[in-house]
Design a protein around this ligand. Structure first.
Ligand SMILES: [Ca+2]
Ligand SMILES: [Ca+2]
Ligand SMILES: [Ca+2]
Ligand SMILES: [Ca+2]
Length: 315
């Protein structure tokens, strides 16, 4: 689903997708007391996709935008939609180098690039489980987009959404027990736009938590402490090119808009690991760039600042 939304964005700019980062579970007090971050976040690098080299490549940079480095270095194909493993030693991403979309894993320095999905249909939008042992992703091998889970080595690929609608853009909760995703199963005509859903990791209890069937909610990502979900949304006036960044409690209550109604795309958000900042893509400067802001929406800053198109950050 997000892949299709992003194809829409690509009409104007470039590929862009989403991801998730997760570390250890913090309780609320530890979360509020956390002051360990440096620069814009907590000093962690941001991984993202960039088209600056004429094809999709995976880049990493410091979270102040310095040291932007191409780590995929594969000019023959598009590489995109990266996400850190929980221990930050590996990156999962999507590549079309084998003639269809496949899930790849590489070391954080770009070595050891390995196709782990190995399926003739399209596999994309991967994210890690909290313990790093499993990967959740989207596959259309069953005739529509479904949420799949597999071991981190690619074994035991299992459809857990099992629904005829388009299901996409999964994010694993830090607790390990739930997966957030987007689905258009409740969308109203004429657009049948997606909402944000959560389900248990075995696919049970699939529940619409954003509940805006006339509008678009997608690209959900859990905060590290499990209390919040950041997502992108298109609400009134409905324009498929005016995405904004929103946040809500993990049960769907208290939905709050973080970016203002500027007409650019603001999409594919992700949290810093301490939950104090959010990274996202915005086209407000004329091309797609990586922005960071505080979790309350203040101090929105372009950190990638590059003439190419950058998107789909994972912090
Ligand atoms: Ca490439
Ligand atoms: Ca494939
Ligand atoms: Ca489906
Ligand atoms: Ca906007």
């Amino acid at each position: 689903m997000k892949y299709k939304v992003l194809l829409l964005i690509a009409v104007f700019f470039i590929i862009a997708c989403d991801h998730e980062s997760s570390l250890e579970l913090l309780n609320e007090q530890e979360f509020n007391d956390s002051e360990t971050f440096a620069r814009n976040g907590n000093g962690d690098q941001i991984v993202f996709e960039s088209g600056r080299d004429g094809n999709g490549e995976i880049y990493v940079m410091n979270d102040d935008g310095t040291d932007q480095t191409n780590i995929s270095n594969n000019p023959t194909a598009d590489d995109f939609n990266p996400a850190w493993s929980p221990n930050r030693k590996k990156i999962v991403y999507t590549s079309n180098r084998d003639g269809n979309l496949e899930i790849y894993v590489m070391n954080a320095n770009g070595t050891g690039q390995t196709n782990i999905s190995n399926n003739a249909t399209n596999d994309s939008e991967a994210a890690w489980s909290h313990n790093g042992k499993e990967i959740v992703f989207v596959s259309d091998r069953d005739g529509n987009d479904e949420i799949y889970v597999m071991n981190a080595d690619g074994t035991d690929q299992t459809n857990i959404s099992n629904n005829l609608s388009n299901d996409g853009d999964p994010s694993w909760s830090t607790s390990g027990k739930q997966i957030a995703f987007e689905s258009d199963r409740d969308g109203n005509p004429p657009f049948f736009l997606p909402d944000v859903f959560v389900m248990n990791v075995d696919g049970t209890d699939q529940t619409n938590i954003s509940n805006n069937p006339d509008f678009l909610d997608g690209s959900p990502v859990w905060s590290t402490n499990g209390m919040k979900i950041v997502f992108h949304s298109v609400r009134e006036p409905v324009s498929l090119f005016n995405f904004e960044i929103w946040v809500m409690n993990a049960d769907g209550t208290d939905q709050t808009q973080l970016t203002d109604d500027n007409p650019a795309f603001e999409a594919t958000p992700t949290w810093s690991t301490n939950g104090k900042h959010i990274a996202f893509l915005s086209t407000r400067d004329g091309n797609s760039q990586i922005y960071v802001m505080k979790a309350d929406g203040t101090d929105q800053t372009n950190i990638s600042n590059n003439a190419g198109n950058d998107g789909n950050p994972d912090w």
